[in-house]
Ligand binder design. Sequence first.
Ligand code: AMP
Length: 189
Amino acid sequence: MFKNICVFCGSSFGTSPTYVQEVHNFAQTLVEKQINLVYGGGNNGLMGELARYVLERNGEVVGVIPKKIHENVQHLELTDLLIVDDMHQRKAKMYELADGFIALPGGIGTIEELAESLTWQQIGYHQKPIGILNPNGFYNKLLSLLEHMAQEGFLKADFLQNLIISDCPKELLRKMEQFKPVHLNKWHS
Ligand code: AMP
């Protein structure tokens, strides 16, 4: 069972109110399952909405934020806020704290964090589950690109089996809890 989940998601709200609704559904599942949230520490957009929702229902939220962002954004009263030197330290800290990683809809920052967690899994730095919550097929184009990379020989097709995808928070977390990594050697064909 998970104790801490690290979530990457947008610092914007997106254009459709559906995104906030999906974040609330996801946050409700975390609260019900008593899973602590580890996230980027900001109060903007979906990330702020997620943290607020969990805190208001007495869930635990740990933020990990680089100094530079901390100086420039407003903060929520989190269970704990860790201020680190830079983005690299932030991600290292998040990897240390979390039992798994989930991307919700977001932009470039979200993709960067998702891509790094996949890269680290691919080269064996961690074996923690990585999930994508895919409401209304938000990530379908990214998933097509990953399949294209595999077809074109830039990504081992088996590695994609490690990526857990669902549009339902409960199903996503259940699959992540049952995760057994496909062990691949990135360096040998
Ligand atoms: P984006 O998807 O481009 O909106 O970026 C969201 C991701 O980048 C989050 O998961 C955060 O880790 C990080 N991030 C972007 N903006 C902020 C902010 N204002 N405060 C804290 N973290 C942020």
